[in-house]
Design a protein around this ligand. Structure first.
Ligand code: ADP
Length: 486
């Protein structure tokens, strides 16, 4: 397969078949590392969403999909995992062109994507209910049943991984799904849908409608025949999704980003911590919901940590996917301008730039590159300390003692991830358990990883859990059956 074939979009995917949008409209797809259009996607809207939801409903009620056993669903997912592994290189090529990320990151994304299907394929027939002691003469049991038709809206930062993260557990539990991937990067979800059909998924089990958020996305989230919604993206759109879910009295999972802290005590192993903190911050050019974008440092070692991170950032270079450096461009011109706005306001407010990376010479002029930066010390209430930048920007802050560290770690609206760095095990655990975040690492940090580990927000980072067995629970509902036998 050539790069050109790998990145050719085919349209809207319903009932295992491709078609143009009902309106015939298309949207341009821009390569962030080139700054120019390289293909078109279908601009789906209400009519396309209606067709996709009807196909999913039919797959459940009259089609082959609704009749499969959990074991059979698991086998299909496992087969899809193998197909992703077999096509990993051309999928990575597609992902890299569509998002701009370096090839090594795109390759890692495909390993993770295959792993979602492997994990949830294996788990499909292991999510079972229980029997419940009840009154004499009765037998009561619970079972996990699918929601029905689930709607999934994902962002552009990790299109393939996000597809795996939300779709694999939904299919494992027997839902029929309709996905609206992000207009800025949606080519790998389309390729994955084609691979799912090749793997043997019956028609209607998995449907994809590409298009704009305010058209296809809004039509999907407000559709009256959707039984559950799963959304990852901005808090603003999250509010719209939850409102749409409320109007239809259905549940939803929301993952709305973070401003995840690293808490570094003076006794931390800095040789290990510093590269992990810098590398995970610039992974995907900082466009990762769980990026550790605030470093909270015990005052006694602030200067030392600041110098080490500054040195590390100076070594980072942004380049094209083929250059395969530490980071790529950001997704689009608007995102680049938004990050530059943070830079301008930081300069106005005299927040020191401690270190800055480079943009590789020779990258296309129109591409959306931003050099990574580390700022600090920043005031606690500055936007760099509280707001999600979604770019390769790290903010350093100081803390005085353990209680202050906990206070500061919890001082934003978000609560997605956190890390505590200390060689005092008791203290590390004590602090970790006081941080309000869905995932807390101790002496480690894995932005984006861990398919087995329940993941999701506390506070305004959202609700519901993806990944791990918890995802199977969120993607299903419990039915209790009570039988009187005497
Ligand atoms: P980001 O700012 O990271 O792009 P968004 O929340 O804008 O995040 O987008 C995440 C996903 O939500 C994308 O697939 C986008 O198309 C979709 N989306 C945007 N606006 C709406 C909307 N009004 N209704 C439903 N989905 C939307």
């Amino acid at each position: 397969m050539t790069a050109k074939d790998a990145t050719a979009a085919k349209g809207i995917f319903v009932n295992n078949r491709w078609s143009p949008a009902a309106s015939g409209r298309t949207l341009p797809v821009i390569a962030p590392a080139e700054g120019s259009t390289f293909t078109q996607i279908a601009a789906g809207d209400t009519e396309d969403v209606n067709r996709a939801v009807a196909a999913a409903r039919a797959a459940l009620e009259t089609g082959a999909w609704g009749r499969l056993t959990a074991t059979e669903r698991g086998r299909l997912l496992t087969r899809l995992a193998q197909k992703v592994a077999d096509h990993a290189e051309d999928l990575a090529l597609t992902e890299a062109r569509d998002t701009g990320k370096p090839m090594k990151q795109a390759r890692n994304d495909m390993i993770a994507t295959a792993r979602y299907f492997e994990y949830f394929g294996g788990a499909a027939d292991k999510a079972h209910g229980e029997s419940i002691p009840f009154l004499n003469g009765y037998f009561a049991f619970t079972e996990r049943v699918p929601h029905g038709v689930t709607g999934h809206i994902i962002p552009w930062n990790y299109p393939a991984q996000m597809f795996g993260r939300t779709i694999a557990p939904a299919l494992a539990m027997g839902n029929a799904v309709v996905m609206k991937p992000a207009e800025d990067a949606c080519l790998t979800p389309l390729r994955l849908a084609a691979l799912a059909a090749e793997a043997g998924f019956p028609e209607g089990a998995l449907n994809i409608v590409t298009g704009l958020g305010e058209e296809a996305g809004a039509a999907l989230s407000s559709h009256r025949d959707i039984d559950f919604l799963s959304f990852t993206g901005s808090p603003e759109v999250g509010t719209l999704i939850q409102t749409a879910a409320a109007r239809n009295h259905i549940g939803c999972t929301l993952e709305l980003g973070g401003k995840s802290p690293h808490v570094i005590f003076a006794d931390a192993d800095l040789d290990f911590a510093i590269p992990v903190i810098a590398n995970t911050m610039v992974q995907n050019a900082g466009q990762t919901c769980s990026a550790g974008s605030r470093v909270i440092i015990e005052r006694a070692i602030f200067d030392k940590v600041a110098a080490l991170l500054a040195e590390r950032f100076a070594l980072l270079t942004a380049g094209t996917p083929e250059m395969d450096l530490e980071l790529g461009p950001v997704i689009n011109a608007a995102q680049k301008r938004r990050i530059e706005g943070f830079f301008e306001r930081a300069e106005r407010d005299r927040i020191p730039v401690l270190g800055e990376g480079k943009i590789a010479p020779g990258v296309p002029k129109n591409a959306f590159f931003v050099a990574p930066r580390v700022y600090g010390p920043a005031p606690r209430d500055h936007e760099l300390s509280c707001k999600e930048v979604f770019g390769p920007v790290l903010t350093l802050l100081t803390f005085e003692d353990e209680a202050d560290a906990v206070r500061l770690a919890n001082a934003t609206d978000y609560g997605l991830m956190a890390a505590v760095w200390s060689t005092n095990g008791g203290r590390a655990l004590r602090v970790a358990r006081r941080i309000k975040a869905g995932q807390v690492y101790v002496n480690a940090f894995g932005a984006g990883g861990g398919i087995e580990l329940p993941f999701g927000g506390m506070k305004k980072s959202g609700h519901g859990r993806e990944k791990g067995f918890a995802a199977l629970h969120d993607m299903s509902q419990l039915r209790t059956t009570i039988i009187k036998h005497d």
